[in-house]
Design a binder for this molecule. Structure first.
Ligand code: SF4
Ligand code: MG
Length: 285
């Protein structure tokens, strides 16, 4: 790790093909700043991306990276971290990737509590496939495939995480650069699975959950007397469907990361004889 890393060191030479104004730009910038502000550098950082517009992030960031199979980025990230605990592992994806096809992995990653960070760019729509309802779309959100709306309540990812025994549950807004960066930084520093659901607007296909909507609706927990270590307080806010909170909703004071719980050590980085060299180089220091 280097102490003089700038966040721009995490930028790759690839030009993002995201639509101008896409929330994913702000989400990614905050991730890069949070990584730099926690003393990480591209040589010790491994980004695993899902599938979707958000999944392109592994190409746009300069670090070790792997583009996972749809919905399967989390188990890949867990494998990387357990193979080499010295790496800073960030998994990034969208609401379709993480809360639909990847929902099963999400629940189990939360309860396994491996020391890593999961950032979900939640735009409440499938953007890459041109605008279908996602698991977090509103009940009455009209799209080409749901002309009268999905007619089912949206998934509440924070509630899923809390019910699954999550040890760090937070939410941010990609356009609030300072707070988003602070919140991701806190997730990185958390001793366990740091989960951040990021409101990251899709400017092309979602004309309901817009920047203006979130600017008006968001209540920042820093402006309240919220105590993230108070489980009941966290639960009541997480289940309050009428509010869009920003901040750390829940943070367990008793989080024990999976590797400590299981007595795993750095020796996990020793690769056994016969393992395929090319693949194992990805997770070696
Ligand atoms: Fe972003 Fe939406 Fe464009 Fe995808 S379609 S890049 S989510 S604005
Ligand atoms: Mg989406």
């Amino acid at each position: 790790m280097s102490s003089d890393v700038r966040f721009t060191d995490f930028k790759s030479d690839e030009q993002p093909t995201w639509c101008p104004g896409c929330g994913d730009f702000g989400t990614m910038n905050g991730m890069m700043k949070a990584l730099a502000n926690t003393g990480n550098d591209p040589d010790n950082t491994f980004v695993v991306a899902g599938i979707g517009c958000s999944g392109k992030i592994g190409t746009y960031m300069h670090s070790y990276a792997l583009h996972g199979v749809h919905g399967r980025a989390l188990p890949v990230g867990i494998g990387v971290k357990l193979a080499n605990p010295n790496l800073e592992v960030m998994v990034a994806g969208g609401d379709g990737d993480g809360y639909s096809i990847g929902a099963g992995h999400f629940i189990h990653a939360v309860r396994r509590n491996v020391d890593m960070t999961y950032v979900v760019m939640n735009n409440r729509i499938y953007g890459l496939t041109k605008g279908q309802a996602s698991p977090t779309s509103r009940e009455d959100f009209e799209t080409s495939t749901t002309p009268d709306g999905p007619k089912q309540p949206p998934v509440n990812p924070l509630a899923l995480a809390l019910a699954g025994g999550g040890s760090f549950i937070a939410q941010s807004f990609s356009s609030d650069s300072q707070r988003h960066t602070e919140i991701v930084k806190e997730a990185i520093e958390h001793d366990g699975f740091g989960f951040v659901n990021v409101y990251s607007p899709c400017v092309t296909f979602n004309d309901v959950d817009t920047y203006d909507y979130f600017r008006d609706a968001i209540v920042d927990l820093e402006d309240t007397d919220h105590d993230p270590t108070d489980y009941d307080d966290a639960k009541s806010k997480i289940l309050d469907a009428d509010k869009e909170y920003q901040g750390v909703l829940y943070k367990s004071e008793n989080s024990v990361p999976f590797d400590e719980r299981e007595g795993l050590t750095d020796s996990m980085a020793d690769i056994p004889d016969g393992a395929p060299d090319d693949a194992m180089d990805l997770v070696r220091e």
